[in-house]
Design a protein around this ligand. Structure first.
Ligand code: ADP
Ligand code: MG
Length: 254
């Protein structure tokens, strides 16, 4: 797989130098309880996590450990039972619904395991669904260029490989120039090698656009890419490893 080119004007870091001392997420005592009939499922039991500007953080942990619940709350798709989530100057646990809707639409790019592309629309048209409604979008062509799909603009999903379809989904997620990119098992439906091409695209976005990024993945290559690996178990963070040997995208071995 080749490297992906980033055009000039969309390089956010050139416009807004990122300051690693700036806190994007400050999460304290985060608790999530799902009522399930007679019982309660404690999905999160007091998570504390600070994510600085432009960090690439990975959430690891066995199934059921609370990773998706945490990511969904960070993206405003779910609300906590208790605890605090600050996104920049937004207190997500106390903000009104309009502010949260605005945050979710303008500031967050989501990528999920299943690409959820519309089969009857081309790659360009799938991304245009977002660029047509966002406040300050890049063009669909720019977004697809960033993920290395400039030569697949007019292909339908059925004409693309799984990895390419996921990269269209990533282009769709970044087309609105989100401040944060949240990816829940983006490689979950892909073989290991293809998964790497998807992680490479995400890493490239983080590096070139400065987008603060949180990814849930089991792909082993993530160890080379991430700034920090946060391990969860039974709803709490049990380990954090900072990656001091992070490889620049261009020097990675694949
Ligand atoms: P992970 O992503 O690490 O697999 P999840 O955050 O999806 O973990 O789930 C954590 C726990 O919360 C699990 O026990 C799961 O069954 C439960 N859970 C997640 N979502 C819901 C829900 N909407 N309703 C009830 N229980 C849920
Ligand atoms: Mg999950």
């Amino acid at each position: 797989p080749g490297r992906f080119r980033i055009g000039g004007p969309i390089n956010r870091s050139a416009l807004m130098p990122s300051d690693p001392n700036e806190t994007v997420y400050d999460i304290r005592g985060l608790t999530k309880i799902y009522p399930m009939g007679e019982v309660e499922v404690h999905a999160l039991r007091g998570v504390n996590l600070r994510i600085p500007e432009s960090e690439f953080v990975v959430l690891l942990g066995p199934s059921g450990s609370g990773k998706s619940t945490l990511l969904n709350i960070m993206g405003g798709l779910d609300v906590p039972t208790d605890g605090e989530v600050r996104y920049r100057d937004l207190d997500m646990t106390r903000a009104d619904a309009n502010r949260l809707t605005w945050f979710r639409r303008e500031s967050v790019g989501f990528v999920f395991q299943f690409y959820n592309l519309i089969p009857s629309l081309t790659a360009r048209e799938n991304v245009s669904l977002v660029t047509d409604i966002a406040t300050d979008p890049m063009t669909a062509e720019e977004a697809l260029d960033i993920v290395g799909l400039s030569d697949r603009l007019d292909h339908f999903p059925s004409q693309l490989s799984g990895g390419q379809q996921q990269r269209v989904a990533i282009a769709r997620a970044i087309a609105k120039r989100p401040d944060v990119l949240l990816c829940d098992e983006p490689t979950g439906a892909l073989d290991a090698h293809t998964g790497i091409t998807v992680l490479e695209a995400i890493s490239n976005i983080n590096a070139e656009l400065g987008t603060t990024t949180a990814v849930i993945t089991h792909n082993a290559a993530i160890g080379q890419i991430a700034d920090r690996i946060v391990s969860m178990r039974d709803g709490v963070i049990v380990d954090e490893t900072r990656n001091s040997t992070k490889a620049p995208v261009s020097s990675m071995s694949w």
